[in-house]
Design a protein around this ligand. Structure first.
Ligand SMILES: [Zn+2]
Length: 227
């Protein structure tokens, strides 16, 4: 593979060349992994145990999630955390409903190894399963102290929250952080055209509709982050 091709494969989740395995079983970009550990050490001094729920996800994995949501095998939620009935929607509205919480395969920031979903394992019982719901991270929720700590300190380690607020694209995700020094580079390398090529070569559910609306999807859900 040419180096440009291999970079594109990394950015779209088709290659794992840019990743290192971690002791916790997740895979991340080496720099993101190192800085995450440094941040976790600092947070631990304040009684917060930064714990990964999800890190790298491959194109194939994202394509499975995408398919499961569009086919109704996995529940799709709206902004109020209520289940959406996809059958009553036209194709474009279906895509929008899924894109609120699930990235298009090839365009997930989780492909980059720079983005992490996390919770505070010290704040809950050992067997607690994080649901990644806003209430867990807001005032009164078990992970609110972590949210406040991250707001103050994450940027010192290079991390930011691309979905901090809802701005007519992806829903607010207080659990999702991104390692800016690498993620910003990857975001610049990605383009709507590149993504179209990737999807054409690696078919996904509702392929035709996705390609028809790709420019709009790209603008609203990929480029539209809090930065
Ligand atoms: Zn995430």
């Amino acid at each position: 593979m040419k180096s440009e091709d291999s970079l594109i494969a990394c950015i779209t989740g088709l290659s794992e060349q840019h990743l290192v395995p971690r002791p916790d079983g997740f895979k991340l970009h080496a720099k993101a992994s190192e800085q995450f550990d440094a941040m976790a050490t600092a947070a631990a001094k304040e009684g917060i145990k930064l714990t990964i729920v999800s890190a790298f996800r491959s194109y194939q994995r994202q394509a499975q999630i995408w398919q499961a949501k569009l086919s109704g095998q996995r529940t799709v939620y709206d902004l109020n955390n209520q289940p959406v009935c996809l059958e009553s929607l036209d194709t474009k509205a279906k895509l929008d409903a899924v894109l609120l919480f699930s990235a298009l395969p090839g365009a997930s920031r989780h492909h980059w190894g720079t983005d992490i979903d996390l919770f505070d394992a010290h704040a809950v019982a050992n067997d607690y399963q994080p649901r990644l719901e806003p209430a867990e991270y807001q005032i009164g929720g078990p992970f609110f102290a972590m949210t406040k700590w991250l707001e103050q300190h994450a940027s010192c380690f290079g991390f930011f929250m691309p979905y901090k607020h809802y701005q007519q694209g992806v829903a607010a995700e207080a659990w999702h952080i991104s390692y800016a020094p690498v993620a910003d580079q990857y975001q610049q390398q990605l383009s709507c055209q590149l993504l179209a090529e990737c999807i054409k070569q690696n078919p996904i559910a509702e392929q035709e509709a996705v390609l028809t609306h790709l420019a709009e999807i790209y603008k609203h859900y990929v480029q539209n982050i809090c930065r």
